[in-house]
Design a protein around this ligand. Structure first.
Ligand SMILES: Cc1cc2nc3c(=O)[nH]c(=O)nc-3n(C[C@H](O)[C@H](O)[C@H](O)COP(=O)(O)OP(=O)(O)OC[C@H]3O[C@@H](n4cnc5c(N)ncnc54)[C@H](O)[C@@H]3O)c2cc1C
Length: 363
């Protein structure tokens, strides 16, 4: 269990201040933005309800190259050249054109935070009135405000959409102690009618979980079932909603990045590299505003257009997400074997990586 480091009691002094850039949310998206602003000279402030890295928000799997280009390999736990997919009738091994790795969340966040230059406060963001963000510790004002708070899109205008009406999937995992060699996925209605189960080994723990594309399907029992089927005990629960539809990345003068903009990829629920990718894109636009090279209006337009440019790819992934559960399980067997041919794997996974390619970091 993580030790609670969040400020409590007398430490929670009132907040009442101004800054140039206010980043709400100190996970992948928020910290990537701060990294891009490090040499901008901006007075950057980040708020999160928890201390940086205190609450793991995912199974922490990412294309290894993303850890390399961001100089975060110290946090790497385990690397996988293959993806193993199980159905009730077959097991298929995809020989990937690039490797996938798991990492330590707390360490990655601290390494990424060290690349930024900002002031940090733990506070719960409750809402916004114009350029004033309201928290449970007081108000912070900034002309440039980013919502990197995850699926709730707390700083959006209008009534927040709650599950199950929103475009959200449901994910839950456990972290039993133990070791394994393979990155594994289960497409099996025994665990979830529409979605998949996973086992992501990470050194001396294995992250086992179930994700349902249908938010009405509760995944707790089947997460326990999958864990027990793997001969492990369901320790250390962690779950959340996962957005599976891209949304406007700007609204009312606010920048939305990562899950708050629906930047998590449908079908795979891979949202870390996309949060980093769109975070870098947003950070670059903000840095240009701080340097006087463009106006805030221009930054909003450019970042909004950059995000929107990816809508086609996200919509395609959503179509496949809707299609896969409709394929009869027996038909999945020939389909998976056909798609495991090396040339097809290289082509499809190459396109998949291109949606948020690591080369963008140095572009
Ligand atoms: C069980 C599960 C497993 C997953 N596994 C993977 C995986 O292996 N690989 C992958 O790429 N993606 C995975 N995802 C998806 C991934 O976790 C998200 O897409 C990713 O975390 C999005 O990053 P983010 O920075 O936008 O938001 P988040 O990581 O959700 O961060 C939001 C931050 O905002 C803070 N916050 C929220 N509300 C408030 C508030 N009101 N006030 C102050 N602070 C607040 C939170 O404390 C948090 O630090 C998984 C998701 C789930 C649920």
């Amino acid at each position: 269990m993580p030790t609670r480091a969040t400020k409590r009691g007398a430490e929670r002094t009132a907040l009442d201040r101004d800054c140039d850039v206010l980043i709400c949310g100190a996970s992948f998206a928020g910290l990537a933005i701060a990294r891009e602003l490090a040499s901008s000279g901006a007075d950057v402030m980040i708020v999160d309800r928890y201390e940086i890295g205190e609450r793991q928000t995912s199974a922490c799997g990412i294309p290894t190259r993303w850890l390399e280009v961001l100089e975060l390999t110290e946090s790497l736990a385990q690397t996988f050249p293959e993806l193993v997919i199980h159905t009730p009738y077959t097991t298929v091994r995809y020989d990937l054109p690039w490797t996938f790795s798991t990492f330590d969340y707390r360490l990655l966040c601290s390494l990424l935070a060290a690349q930024g230059k900002f002031e940090f406060e733990t506070a719960k963001v409750e809402g916004r009135d114009g350029n004033t963000v309201k928290t449970d510790r007081g108000e912070i004002r900034a002309s440039l405000i980013v919502d990197a708070l995850g699926w709730r899109r707390v700083l959006g205008s209008g009534e927040p959409i709650q599950p199950p009406d929103a475009y959200l999937s449901r994910g839950l995992e456990v972290h039993p102690h133990g070791q394994a060699d393979d990155l594994e996925i289960w497409i099996d209605r025994k665990y979830v009618p529409a979605g998949y189960g996973w086992s992501f080994p990470a050194g001396d723990e294995v992250r086992v979980g179930v994700g349902s594309f249908d938010p009405r399907f509760h995944v707790k029992d089947t997460t326990v079932q999958l864990t027990q089927d793997l001969g492990r005990s369901p320790d250390g629960y962690q779950g959340n909603w996962i957005p599976h539809k891209i949304r406007d990345a700007t609204q009312d003068g606010i920048f939305f990045v990562g899950d708050s903009a629906g930047h998590c990829l449908p079908l795979t629920a891979e949202g870390i590299r996309t949060a980093l990718y769109f975070g870098i894109a947003c950070g670059r636009e903000l840095a240009d505003v701080v340097a006087g090279r463009q106006s805030k209006a221009s930054a909003l337009a450019r970042y909004g257009a950059f995000s929107a440019k990816h809508t086609l790819a996200f919509d395609w992934m959503l179509r496949v997400q809707r299609l896969v559960p409709q394929v009869p399980p027996r038909l999945l067997t020939p389909t998976l074997h056909a798609t495991a041919v090396k040339r097809f794997v290289d082509w499809s996974f190459g396109h998949y990586l291109n949606i948020a390619h690591p080369d963008y970091v140095s572009s």
